[in-house]
Design a binder for this molecule. Structure first.
Ligand code: SF4
Length: 343
């Protein structure tokens, strides 16, 4: 296992000071066959005000990385085995539980794919949003209720005051996700992590929710969004920069323009070729990357993608390529693109 060193800027300018830096994060899960590595020496920065995408298929390590930022990995079987997560000059992985709890929600908030699992079915929407307000702000109950109405209104819940006494099951999936966004944003977090926030929604609601997240971000200009998704189309619409993960490793990272106009890693190229909008209407059948993501217990040696890559050679099976800067800040982990890579 080797370390990634991800640069935080793609230009020659002085790099902005990151809001959060992950360094050499390693997350393992205990299995019947011993510990298996789900995230393997991952390093990257979140910059102020950016929308950063983390992309990959299910099992790529993207959600585990996101959960680690808030120390929400279920332990056991999970374990953050190594690394640092630096936020506000402190390592979140070393913070006492009560301080971490304060950061969660106040400074870094998260919304999940299925809001029904995050909302409590036995409490009304009003009670749950108001509780979030009261937990994070010193205000009276009546003021908390007013802030709740205001926030629900902002995220587009019609007749917000009238719906305070409704229960989660009385809301549609899209409305529940709006409530989750309201709860996440009620304390003006510096970072909003959204893990597949639109996957469970229909296409129209998906784009409404993405628009809403971006609109709210524009009001909080220095806040950053980390969008975890398997969908490169969503990344193209919303992000400035993206990280492509596979097999618990970063495989490629760059600006959206770089990744979409000049994808360099065969995995990124495969993901793009399977996008309908990119493949175009003339393609009767969309490209699919052959094979499946290997389980964390059966990661191939060498390049993690070698079992599915049509360019794989003996070298790819023998050694894992380092993450290599292709010259303009676009980092790629592939022997084909690294002249220093051993033959
Ligand atoms: Fe494919 Fe080899 Fe590059 Fe891995 S290192 S992506 S197997 S060409």
């Amino acid at each position: 296992m080797s370390s990634d060193q991800i640069q935080s800027t793609t230009s020659g300018d002085a790099p902005p000071i990151p809001l959060l830096s992950i360094r050499d994060l390693v997350v393992t899960f205990q299995t019947e066959r011993g510990p298996a590595c789900a995230v393997d020496h991952v390093s990257f920065d979140i910059l102020p005000g950016e929308v950063l995408g983390i992309v990959g298929e299910s099992g790529s390590g993207k959600s585990v990385t996101a959960l680690s930022m808030l120390r929400l990995i279920p332990e056991p079987p999970g374990k953050i085995a190594a690394g640092k997560i630096i936020f506000d000059d402190q390592d979140l992985l070393q913070l006492p539980y009560d301080k971490m709890r304060h950061i969660r929600g106040n400074e870094i908030a998260m919304i999940f794919q299925e809001p029904m699992t995050a909302l409590n079915p036995v409490f009304t929407i009003g009670m749950q949003v108001r509780e979030a307000v009261l937990t994070h702000a010193r205000v009276s109950k009546s003021e908390a209720t007013e802030r709740t109405v205001e926030m629900l209104d902002k995220v587009g819940i019609p007749s917000a005051r009238r719906r305070l006494n409704d229960y989660p099951h009385q809301f549609s999936g899209g409305m529940r996700q709006r409530v989750m966004i309201a709860m996440a944003l009620v304390c003006h977090p510096k970072i909003l992590i959204a893990d597949e926030p639109t996957t469970a929604l229909d296409v129209t609601t998906q784009s409404q929710i993405l628009d809403l997240m971006l609109e709210l971000k524009q009001r909080e200009t220095s806040a950053s969004i980390v969008l975890i998704t398997h969908d490169l189309g969503v990344v193209a619409e919303t992000c400035q920069r993206a990280i492509v993960m596979y097999g618990g490793r970063i495989q490629e990272t760059g600006t959206i323009e770089q990744l979409f106009s000049q994808p360099k890693h065969p995995y990124t190229q495969g993901l793009l070729a399977s996008l309908p909008a990119i493949a175009g209407p003339r393609h009767e059948r969309l490209y699919t990357i052959p094979g499946n993501v290997p389980s964390i217990m059966e990661m191939p040696s060498g390049c993690r993608f070698c079992t599915r890559c049509e360019h794989a050679t003996d070298r790819c099976h023998a050694s894992e390529p380092p993450l290599h800067d292709t010259g303009n800040g676009q980092l790629v982990r592939c022997h084909l693109l690294d002249p220093t890579s051993p033959e």
